[in-house]
Design a protein around this ligand. Sequence first.
Ligand code: SF4
Length: 489
Amino acid sequence: MLDKFREECGVFGIFGHPEASNLTYLGLYALQHRGQESAGIAASDGTSVRHHKAMGYVNEAFNSDALAKLPGSLAIGHVRYSTAGESLVANAHPIVVDSVHGQLAVCHNGNLVNAGELRDALVRTGAIFQTSSDTEVVVHLFARSREEGVETAVVDAISQVRGAFSFVMMTRDRVIGVRDPHGFRPLALGRLGDAWVVCSETCALDLIGATYVRDVEPGELVIISKAGLKSIKPFAPARQSQCIFEHVYFSRPDSYVFGESVNEVRTQLGRALAREASVEADVIVPIPDSGVCAAIGYAEASDIPMRMGLIRNHYVGRTFIEPQQSIRHFGVRVKLNPVRSILEGQRVVLVDDSIVRGTTSRKIVRMVRGAGAREVHMRISCPPTVSPCFYGVDTPRRSELIAATHTLEEIRKYLDADSVAYLSLDGLTDAVRGGKSKYCTSCYTGVYPVAFPRDEAAYLQLALKLNPEPAKAETSAPIADLAKQIVVG
Ligand code: SF4
């Protein structure tokens, strides 16, 4: 695997279209980059909710027979990469339950930080859990709610969970989209003729020919039924903490996320990086695909030409068998190959969006040197990643994050680069509307907007990656800003 944070999940829902499950399949196809472990769809024909889920990519999990068994004009779907709970089909979404309030199907993108605590309380009162997914607590809370009616029971259940969530839910006759009050994860609203669509990213709207209307707002619940779209904001307002990593890496560059073009933000990050960390060089080379937008911005602002000096093999897939440790370096070679005619004798600026452990970056720098580059300068379009994420993103332990345990000079030496520079936190937050007041930047600062209870470590798979010390409270001092120190060897 390339050395990156792993995407979380993608959600999609549609109300009022005769081909709801087929369109959901296509929507999930567009969101495949957000999760590749499992895929699932639930559909309703107005009388009952049916569902199908399986491990694998969307096109492996579904065939035309499976889709034909999901009739109706309402559907929701999910692609999953497990951030909490094991990678099993039982944990795949949608989670579908039958309750006193009727059937409910739930798809979740995010991570609930109090799921373990709620689960323990529910188990003590007799609840039997079928999965290890944090999302299942929501369906139990819904089923046990004493509120009258589906909408109030959903609100009652969601009011009890904390953390990051963009939910798409479905009952027999309505689709519900919810975003947590902090707005960690994205959720867009669109229209396809008379049908309504909710989805993680607008690239899913583009694929099915739908039009982007607006984002579901932080703390907003949209209920779509035959009566139309109803919006309510039943939760106490909270400080906005949209995930800035969606712009840095996760989302597709052709999407609009949190109301802004990912491509434009990423290109702006490259421009800012060039201004903060310029270097005498002959050619800008992106590390594909993640570094391309930032490299375009860096080249534009530095007036140095950008060339595709590394070519990515797009057909590696998941079936590639890693060779034994002794010849493991083939792993990167299989994915990327240097273009000697572009690199030989040149002073090269390699641009990437992030460094996690540094293992892949080091192999790439060596590969570029091996192709004859005279100098290799590494430029990263975000600040040093020093802390794990607890809000729905799979990150290694703090001790495995190279920037958490090494100085910039040590990173340069490890990568075998002539210089290394990261974008500053200000450079990052200045590139998005609302900046620090609207975005979560915890993986760069170690300052967490939503406290993470220590005893959750016993439950959440993600939390098992914690170091012995508990997650810092919001008052913790941020790390020193390393970004403007350019270390030259
Ligand atoms: S910690 Fe990082 S990856 Fe997690 S939500 Fe915040 S910005 Fe996103």
